[in-house]
Design a protein around this ligand. Structure first.
Ligand SMILES: [Mn+2]
Length: 295
């Protein structure tokens, strides 16, 4: 029998659910993120080595993993798409499933986090956001003719308004308005700007003041050499090993409530980004469920 990471169709019996949210509407430059979840699932299904080289076990054999897609969101306006994702997410979350969501554009994270905010106190869950951008705009009117408060560039602003503290890592570009909002909210928004100086993982983890953490990985937070397929790339992001190490150590140290991987935009001539996203997904699973294997 072929061993697979997505190994059950029975969501009720699953330990975790990979939730596809193929939504793109407000991406500002290159499109394609709606095609990402399918590509990432293909890699998870057929192309990843199941043995975790750091933890020395095969998570796929320990974790019952199901897959579900949030259907019917492609044509919705961002607010409606986020609401629909939120409704699906809430059902699974209340049913005690651990969920890794695959986007789609960053707007989908708002769907997940607004569902979590209905079940748990957002003040007790820090968002660890790996991203080149803050996504803290109040609306997208500085670059779009249609003024939209639910664009991907506003996703973390809406999430912060729900009450979640945020730790941002990899940030290397922001607007005046985002800067001002961050400065006004320094108690609940911690920013690790990616410039020409090293930042220790310990320092980042120490800045997470809550026991609970939710990880949102916008793949453009990584250096584009490792994750080239994304809509709005910015040079000089997180090194591959550093980023994985940060994610893994955050999960080992905290209680991971949920995670998402967003803004993958599959390229015609390279599969590197889908492979990277799939590996991040699998490493999250490996660390989340390591206790199950006594590791
Ligand atoms: Mn981004």
């Amino acid at each position: 029998m072929i061993d697979r990471i997505v190994n059950t169709k029975d969501i009720k019996k699953a330990d975790m659910v990979i939730l596809s949210a193929p939504y793109e509407h407000s991406v500002s430059f290159m499109g394609g993120t709606a095609r990402a979840p399918k590509k990432i699932i293909e890699v998870l299904d057929n192309n990843l080595e199941l043995f975790d080289v750091n933890l020395h076990y095969e998570p796929a054999k320990m974790i019952r993993t199901a897959h579900k897609e949030v259907a019917g969101i492609r044509k919705l306006i961002p607010q409606k798409a986020a609401e629909k994702i939120s409704a699906e997410y809430q059902k699974l979350f209340k049913d005690d499933k651990f969920i890794i969501m695959l986007g789609g554009e960053h707007t989908v994270s708002l769907g997940a986090l607004s569902a979590i905010a209905k079940v748990e106190n957002p003040k007790d869950i820090t968002i660890l956001q790996i991203d080149a951008h803050q996504d803290l705009r109040d609306d997208d009117s500085d670059y779009s003719n249609k003024k939209e408060k639910y664009a991907h560039s506003c996703a973390m602003r809406r999430v912060h308004e729900l009450g979640f503290p945020i730790v941002q890592v990899g940030i290397r570009t922001y607007s005046k308005y985002e800067y001002e909002y961050w400065q006004k909210n320094k108690k609940t928004i911690t920013v690790f700007e990616w410039k020409n100086k090293p930042i220790s993982i310990e320092e980042i983890i120490a800045s997470i003041k809550t026991k609970n953490v939710y990880i949102t990985v916008d793949v453009d937070g990584f250096d584009p050499a490792h994750m080239p397929g994304t809509g709005t790339p910015v040079q000089g992001g997180l090194d591959w090993h550093y980023g994985l190490d940060l994610i893994e150590r955050a999960i080992d140290k905290k209680r991971l409530v949920g995670a998402d991987i967003v803004e993958v935009s599959p390229q015609r001539d390279s599969v590197l980004t889908e492979f990277g996203a799939a590996l991040i997904c699998y490493r999250i699973m490996a660390h989340k469920f390591r206790m199950k294997n006594g590791k």
